[in-house]
Design a protein around this ligand. Sequence first.
Ligand code: SAH
Length: 214
Amino acid sequence: MTQDKLIKELVRDGYLKSPSIIEAFKKINRADFVPESEGEMAYYNIPLPIGYNQTISQPLTVAFTLELLEPKKGEKILDIGAGSGWQTALLSELVGEEGKVIAIERIPELKNMAEKNVGKYGFAKKGIAEIILGDGSKGYPEEAPYDKIVAAAYVKKIPACWKEQLKIGGRIVAPVGEQMTVLDKTGPDKFEQKQYFAFLFVPLIEGEVGDKSS
Ligand code: SAH
């Protein structure tokens, strides 16, 4: 399997559509975000273990999520659940030098992994990406408001604080249970919601940073 083949499959199956997102998938090499032991598996359309009971998301899930999120140049995006940093790097490529991606991760070792992997592309140095250790269930008010908020772990319900930290005209894309949910903020307290078919995600854990008990 090669990166080229994976991208062609995702286009053929309708997961990848936008030229800018296809271009980002070409520029950001998934092999840079998987552990060395998984290297040859990087271009398979499957999630892969990254340690600490977590996975780098399946390519089709990330493609589907980004197509719904519609990231644009210059936007400020909150990326909840940085994990390997792959989606953070794709988002950084999409928002470009005028944009900002704040990625939040609760497991210290994965926060460091994301930082190292995203660092391969110089996005932090250019001031585009920032990886924060914290509990994303609270959002990240310090940098709010955001144009977009995206989550890579499922929630039972979209937290009210995510909605508050979103700009009017902004969009949240998050798995709610098994349904991918798109929430558009159309007024100070007005939202429009759409739901898409089922995906499997790990749960978003609330509480202490680095607590590995759950
Ligand atoms: N986009 C990442 C997905 C990683 S899986 C990738 O492709 O690598 C989801 C991640 O969400 C895991 O790393 C997990 O530790 C993290 N996570 C779960 N609950 C969280 C929370 N409350 N705050 C921040 N990160 C969380």
